[in-house]
Write a protein that binds this ligand. Structure first.
Ligand SMILES: [Zn+2]
Length: 329
């Protein structure tokens, strides 16, 4: 499991450019599913055929990043965000472009409290616009440049959001035994800019039930915002975030399965943020949807931390859903 996670989090996959990630995922699961294809927007969709309910699971393959908007005469790059970035976590950090070019994020003088994105720049070591243009073009995307770090029970990396969700689905697919449902596992594109891939995937699949697998914030660090989710306390079953109110049937199903299968869980209310379930539940005439969240500290920073126990509980919950008759749907 650790090597799978390391492989996925160290991949290059900014929003809109998920193919390196989905190619790797495909190689892990292709022997375990009946169909595996990439759709026009870049979603990887794996299907395990069955005659029961049509269930769509979705974990997003993309990660937050930056896009080059301007190159100045001295070779410094100006950039915009792709997905939500915390400006303070950018300072001193490094980014990596698709071609391997590395840059350091610096800032103009001024008070930290007045920091805005347009006061930041990327230094790729070029000393002129001409030199910079040999390495990078306007519109190029970069991701955080950070290696996977094994702390034992806890793991730290960039893009745990949401490669850890992808890893949960990969592991569930590989361990899947009996299920008579028609199961779709979507590794979605472009979640970070507004759940775009999940929207078209759900339209095509038209599921009876939708489940997103994504990270959520925690309230367990010093002076953290008040939130009743902690690392290591189990799979978080979402009740609400700003994209969806979990359908009571879906939430109750997950709670029932967690209790009957002795899966450690916690209930989650995320006050700001959303997941693919936000798009899935609004598909066609509506799809009962919910989310299994992996608790994660420092979300949207280059050092997102998760607990392996929680990951295992999330895998178990996905498998419990696959095995259940799902009579209420
Ligand atoms: Zn996410």
């Amino acid at each position: 499991m650790k090597s799978l996670i390391k492989d996925l989090v160290e991949s290059y996959g900014p929003t809109g450019f998920e193919s390196e990630v989905t190619d790797k995922i495909r190689s892990y699961i292709t022997d375990y599913v009946d169909e595996c294809y990439v759709d026009p927007l870049g979603n990887l969709i794996a299907r395990k055929k069955g005659s029961g309910k049509k269930v769509m699971f979705s974990a997003h393959a993309d990660e937050i990043g930056v896009i080059v908007t301007y190159i100045d005469d001295d070779g410094f790059l100006r950039f915009s965000n792709v997905g939500g970035l915390n400006l303070l976590t950018l300072l001193g950090n490094r980014v990596r472009f698709a071609n391997g070019v590395i840059g350091v994020i610096g800032r103009e003088k001024g008070e930290l409290k007045d920091l805005t994105l347009d006061k930041l720049f990327i230094d790729i070591g070029a000393d002129s616009k001409k030199e910079a243009r040999k390495k990078v073009a306007i519109g190029d995307f970069a991701i955080f440049h950070r290696e996977f770090c094994d702390l034992g029970q806890r793991l730290v990396a960039k893009s745990m959001d949401d490669r850890i969700g992808c890893a949960v689905l990969v592991e569930a697919i590989r361990r899947l035994d009996q299920s008579n449902h028609d199961l779709y596992f979507v590794f979605s594109a472009q979640e970070e800019v507004g759940l775009r891939g999940a929207r078209t995937a759900a339209y095509g699949i038209d599921p009876d039930l939708g489940i997103a697998i994504d990270v959520t914030r925690t309230g367990d660090t010093p002076e953290a915002p008040r939130m009743d989710v902690s690392l290591g306390k189990g799979a978080a079953i979402k009740v609400k975030d700003s994209s969806v109110i979990a359908h009571p049937k879906v939430k109750n199903l997950m709670v029932r399965l967690a209790e009957s299968s002795h899966i450690k869980y916690q209930l989650e209310v995320l006050e700001a943020g959303g997941t693919d379930a936000g798009a899935i539940h609004l598909t066609k005439s509506g799809v009962p949807s919910g989310t299994i969240s992996i608790p994660c500290r420092y979300v949207h920073s280059p050092s997102e931390m998760i607990d392996l126990d929680d990951v295992q509980n999330c895998v178990d919950l996905v498998l419990a859903i696959c095995r259940d008759p799902l009579e209420e749907f």
